[in-house]
Design a protein around this ligand. Structure first.
Ligand code: NAP
Length: 288
């Protein structure tokens, strides 16, 4: 079918601060094209001062919904009418649905992260440990996903300890059988904790453009052979953190599978249609 924009086209999109390198428009418009839907997915670059007005604009312009990305996943909540239960617990929203002027916030990063971890069907985190860098909006979703999978212990290392403490306070009461420990970004404790963990995740923005030479890991000797190293960043496809891990012979995952899987869940909320994740991931890998 020839794709055209007309008076009935429904608008969806993404709101973020630096979205020039986002792959979400490509992913969603490819799916729209494949299924011949009368939707169009657009990027909206919004400054922090304009965030409130941009969210009100979703109603005013009858936009069907948007993704919310770095760094607004937590800030956006105060501008919404309703929150789905897990988004409320997590305290971060990556998807907004506009139902006749009522804006509801969802968090599809949780399922996106889980599906990306389970991609090869071999990695099981139940009763194991993980080390996580970061305590922002993405970290909240990752921690929640791991707690839902009945992880034994999560160690959060973050520059601002207060933010990591808040994650523990907010999320642990829902999962009393698991444990969360909080640490500043210091090498000594990191070494001990990484040694005990099969999973190391970067949820910080360290390694994103323009500072692509940044990495959260102070010493690449801290990798061990049984570690799965995961970076939520997908642009660049291999951050310095992932390149170091690869050099150490460790299995790596970048943020692309999570982006695709969370995107499909958002797409389902807006359109009622759920494409097959593996197929979409294959298609996006082919064209990027
Ligand atoms: P955020 O809420 O702004 O959090 C940013 C995190 O990075 C905080 O923990 C912050 O530490 C840390 N950080 C930033 N600059 C730092 C520095 N110079 N030194 C040490 N720590 C620093 O952002 P977010 O929404 O969580 O997103 C984080 C990253 O995840 C982004 O790269 C985003 O693109 C990616 N992401 C990917 C996916 C996906 O589907 N692949 C989904 C979600 C997010 P402080 O707390 O000390 O400020």
């Amino acid at each position: 079918m020839k794709r055209e924009i007309n008076g009935k086209t429904k608008i969806i999109g993404i709101i973020g601060k630096n979205i020039e390198n986002s792959l979400s428009p490509l992913i969603h418009n490819q799916i729209i094209f494949k299924y011949s839907l009368n939707f169009c997915y657009l990027p909206f670059k919004v400054t922090e001062n304009d965030l409130s007005q941009a969210i009100q604009g979703i109603k005013a312009l009858n936009i069907r919904g948007v993704n919310i990305t770095f760094p607004y996943k937590e800030k956006v909540i105060e501008f919404l009418d309703e929150l789905e239960e897990s988004a409320r617990r997590i305290g971060a929203v990556n998807t907004i649905v506009n139902n006749k002027g009522i804006l509801t916030g969802y968090n599809t990063d949780v399922i996106g992260f889980k599906k990306s971890l389970q991609e090869d069907g071999k990695f099981i985190i139940k009763k194991k440990k993980a080390v996580i860098f970061g305590a922002g909006g993405a970290a909240r979703a990752v921690v929640y996903a791991l707690l839902e999978e009945e992880i034994e212990e999560i160690c959060i290392f973050n520059r601002t300890l207060e933010k990591a403490k808040k994650i523990k306070q907010n999320l642990l009461p829902f999962f009393p059988r698991s444990n969360i420990n909080i640490f500043p970004l210091e090498k000594e404790k990191l070494k001990d904790k990484i040694e005990e963990a099969p999973l190391l995740v970067n949820t910080t923005s360290l390694g994103m453009p323009p500072k692509i030479d940044n990495t959260p890991l102070p010493d690449e000797k801290l990798f061990h052979p049984n570690l799965l190293v995961y970076d939520l960043i997908y642009h660049p496809a291999k951050t310095l953190f992932l390149r170091q891990a690869e050099r150490a012979g460790v299995k790596i995952i970048n943020g692309l599978p999570m982006l695709v899987y969370q995107g499909i869940e958002s797409f389902h909320l807006w359109t009622g249609l759920k494409p097959e994740g593996k197929e979409v991931l294959k298609m996006i890998k082919r064209i990027t």
